[in-house]
Design a binder for this molecule. Structure first.
Ligand SMILES: Nc1ncnc2c1ncn2[C@@H]1O[C@H](COP(=O)(O)OP(=O)(O)OP(=O)(O)O)[C@@H](O)[C@H]1O
Length: 367
């Protein structure tokens, strides 16, 4: 198999067979399938998956997650804002309604998270109370609940109105259902090599951002301090939404510094132009399905590496599941047909013909 993302010199020095994810096959100009192609999973990578709606981004992310489930020494975690990855349970995965301890988010993030001005009265009170809670949690290892943070707010000598405002905002945070003082540590997500799907469908955007921040940062810190053995792969669908909120710094850390401690990040989006330039410039693998909007095609220009001649946009394939893969390791770009999933894919637009009603009516009609 041709393996993208792997530096040739490393292959010769291997005595074991390095972890590889099967992606599909090369696509010849005449549309026929060529040799099998895979992606290296032995070393950490930063990758982006682009494509307009319905061209196969989430599907490709699922193909990667399946392949990572089979690879040794790695642990895939899928951020699933649309609830389309539950089929990965058939690859041994589990789907979680994620919860995190309130104190995994630094105090400085809280005003922003709850839409309060950090320099204003309520914002700075919230910051101060959470800072005390984080410090106490570091001391005795017990994270407080949102309820006890609200109680601590009441105990301060801040003006009534300020305390009330903060308590109301904390009640909102509680209603998101993502904070739990007894949540398992982030490292538990990668304790086995089976895929973990974080189902964020129906979770408000700010809350989903808080989860992604906690997970991205938690995985990074765990690898830096040596508390997890496997190399985590964080696969983020609809990634543009997360670069727009509290998760941004944690995702940027993974992009720029994640590979050194061994954390991989794959960002999928239909809006490449809504990702920061660093997402493309720091990625060593780019998988581009069809794109049509001008700014999104322009975003590819950031990846126009000197070793490529001609412009990438002109080389984008048009078929569903087809993609142009730009690989920094081999300094090449290839057109690939992404293989079919072996577990069910939950994406794609609903079709009337797939409904129970259509089946019943169909049965009625045929008698
Ligand atoms: N490699 C593939 N092989 C076979 N079918 C595919 C492949 N990729 C995508 N498809 C088909 O295309 C449909 C749309 O793919 P997918 O849900 O991944 O789109 P998307 O680009 O993520 O769109 P959205 O922006 O709506 O999430 C899938 O339901 C599947 O039927």
């Amino acid at each position: 198999m041709n393996v993208l993302g792997r530096v040739d010199a490393e292959i010769g020095s291997e005595t074991r067979s390095p972890a590889t994810v099967r992606l599909g096959s090369f696509l010849a100009r005449d549309g026929s399938d060529g040799a099998a192609v895979g992606i290296d999973a032995d070393s950490p990578h930063a990758a982006v998956v682009f494509g307009k709606r319905g061209t196969g981004k989430s599907y490709t992310l699922g193909v990667l997650a399946e392949g990572l489930a089979d690879a040794t020494g790695v642990a895939p975690v899928v951020v699933d804002p649309m609830g389309v990855f539950d089929g990965l349970t058939e690859a041994g995965g589990r789907v979680l309604d994620p919860v995190v301890r309130p104190t995994v988010l630094p105090a400085a993030v809280w005003p922003d998270l709850l839409g309060l001005d950090p320099a204003g009265g309520p914002g700075s009170l919230l910051w101060r109370v959470v800072a005390d809670a984080v410090e106490a949690a570091e001391g005795d290892g017990n994270s407080p609940s949102i309820e006890s943070i609200r109680w601590a707010v009441s105990e301060t000598d801040a003006p009534d109105r300020t305390r009330r405002a903060v308590r109301n905002h904390l009640r909102l945070a509680e209603s998101w259902g993502i904070f739990d003082a007894t949540a398992p540590p982030i490292t538990s997500l990668v304790a086995s090599g089976d895929p973990t799907v974080l189902d964020l469908s129906g979770v408000p955007e700010a809350a989903a951002g808080a989860v992604v921040r906690a997970v991205a940062r938690g995985l990074y810190d765990a690898r830096v301090d040596g508390s997890v053995d496997r190399l985590p792969w964080l696969l983020v669908d609809e990634a543009h939404a997360f670069f727009d909120g509290v998760a941004d710094p944690a995702l940027r850390t993974l992009l720029t510094r994640g590979r050194a401690p061994g954390v991989s990040l794959v960002c999928a989006t239909q809006r490449p132009s809504a990702l920061p330039g660093v997402a493309v410039s720091q990625s060593d693998l780019l998988v581009a399905h069809r794109l049509t909007a001008g700014p999104d095609v322009d975003a590819l220009a950031t990846a126009e590496a000197t070793y490529l001649d001609g412009d990438l946009a002109a080389r984008l394939p048009t078929g569903t599941g087809e993609a142009l893969v730009v690989d920094d390791a081999s300094e090449t770009a290839h057109t690939v047909r992404v293989r079919e999933r072996r577990t069910p894919h939950g994406g794609g637009d609903p079709r009337a013909g797939d409904t129970e009603a259509a089946r019943t009516e169909g049965t009625g009609r045929t008698g």
